[in-house]
Write a protein that binds this ligand. Structure first.
Ligand SMILES: Cc1cc2nc3c(=O)[nH]c(=O)nc-3n(C[C@H](O)[C@H](O)[C@H](O)COP(=O)(O)OP(=O)(O)OC[C@H]3O[C@@H](n4cnc5c(N)ncnc54)[C@H](O)[C@@H]3O)c2cc1C
Length: 394
């Protein structure tokens, strides 16, 4: 009989959230989180933008995001421990998608679907857009879709909050790299670390983020998760901006959020993103500064000319964990009993981490996830042909 132990490989927001939910949700066995790099320098959780939104195009994603929005509203209190006080500061300033002639039909349809599915979204006219973001160039705009409950949190604080809270709740955190998955009679039996430590387990959870396919390959399994580079740039604004921005998404894809000063007197800043659809897959962390001048800055200035005076502070690149349909893989691997996947968030893992933690913890404890419906994300969907696209990916 293997010990009643669950090993979670990867201590980013996803692995740590699962560990916290297991420890606080009634699982009575041992929970071990194995993380190879406690600096998290290359973890997506550490490099993310922090956006959290309900504006998706499928019921399955909206449900996950709604759970997470409610969770982030109380995150700083819920994750507080005697040793650690998180300051994730979930700022519900809304997500504002802008519609012009090119994307109006798509946004309109998505808005109708989101309403029907119970997401809190509003269709706003150009005057309302102007009052939300007074400096915006609006001549080409037809309307906007605004999700007032949505917003953003500080990703590093979310990561630290989950990690400390999981440890305080009794999860063991081990530093080491999993280099071997033990398998016998079609079942995972545990893991071996690079230093030779063996950990038997009744279940192993793959929470290795963009490295998930590498981990699965240790058991000769192919996982449809590819690392794809994503850039972010931080700019200092020339003065304290007279209002706070929602997350603004231009029809051409460039989007930004406020980055409030932590110390009073520091300048206001913004973090700017734009996904390059033809970015080749690979573990590429190199920041290409030309992307700022070439792809980011021109559309940003066209949409908000007063950003002309904004100064680039830094740029960085991290890895999205992309699946073929851009939806996560949540649940037991169809070919390996006891091997559970929480992978392939395709750029949305920070916002999905709370719901994923709740779902996986319940699934691992009772065999079913009843609080959060994750059936659509079943890892076997590609083989069955039931994959689905969500048109609200940015
Ligand atoms: C630039 C950028 C912007 C983003 N913006 C957003 C956003 O606005 N909103 C949002 O929701 N999401 C965003 N994301 C996506 C989000 O960051 C990820 O989906 C999420 O962080 C995934 O968390 P994770 O815990 O699965 O992975 P990670 O944070 O990458 O953690 C995985 C961990 O596993 C460890 N590991 C891997 N293999 C092993 C092994 N063999 N042994 C031991 N440890 C191992 C790694 O060291 C790593 O620490 C963004 C991502 C990037 C790169």
């Amino acid at each position: 009989m293997p010990p009643d132990r669950i090993v979670i490989v990867g201590g980013g927001v996803v692995g740590s959230s699962i560990a916290w939910h297991l420890r606080t949700g009634g699982f009575e066995g041992e929970v071990v989180v194995v993380e190879r790099d406690p600096t998290y320098r290359r973890a997506s959780s550490f490099l993310a933008m922090g956006g959290v939104r309900q504006q998706f195009g499928s019921a399955a994603n909206i449900r996950l995001a709604q759970y997470s929005v409610r969770f982030y509203e109380r995150f700083d209190n819920a994750m507080r421990t005697p040793e650690h006080r998180p300051r994730a500061w979930f700022r519900q300033r809304g997500y504002l998608f802008l519609a012009n002639d090119d994307n109006a039909g798509r946004l309109e349809r998505r808005y109708e679907r989101q309403r029907a599915l119970g997401a809190r979204v509003e269709r706003v006219d150009v005057d309302a857009i102007r009052s939300l973001v007074p400096d915006l160039a609006v001549d080409d705009l037809r309307f906007g879709v605004f999700g007032p409950d949505d917003g953003y949190a500080n990703p590093r604080e979310v990561l630290a909050g989950f990690r400390h809270a999981a440890a305080a709740a009794g999860a063991a955190c081990v530093t080491g790299e999993v280099t071997h998955l033990g398998v016998a009679a079609g079942r995972v039996r545990g893991v071996t670390l690079q230093d030779g430590t063996e950990l038997e387990a009744r279940a192993v959870v793959n929470a290795a983020g963009p490295f998930a396919a590498r981990l699965a390959a240790l058991a000769d399994l192919e996982l449809p998760v590819q690392p794809v580079r994503q850039h972010l740039f931080r700019c200092a604004l020339p003065h304290r901006w007279p209002y706070r921005f929602p997350v603004v998404i231009d029809p051409g894809g460039v989007h930004w959020r406020h980055d409030d000063p932590v110390v009073s007197g520091d300048p206001d800043r913004i973090i700017v993103a734009r996904t390059r659809l033809d970015e080749p897959p690979g573990e590429n962390f190199e920041c290409d500064r030309d992307r700022w001048t070439g792809d980011f800055r021109p559309p940003l200035l066209a949409r908000l000319p007063a950003f002309e005076a904004a100064e680039l502070v830094e740029g960085w690149a991290g890895l999205y964990e992309m699946t073929p349909d851009h939806n996560p893989l949540l649940g037991e691997h169809p070919q390996l009993e006891g091997f559970y996947l929480a992978n392939g968030f395709s750029g949305h893992g920070l916002m999905m981490a709370p719901a994923t933690g709740a779902a996986l913890a319940e699934l691992l404890t009772t065999g079913a996830s009843t609080r959060v419906d994750i059936r659509a994300f079943d890892p076997g969907r590609f083989a069955r042909g039931t994959e689905f696209r969500d048109d609200a990916m940015i």
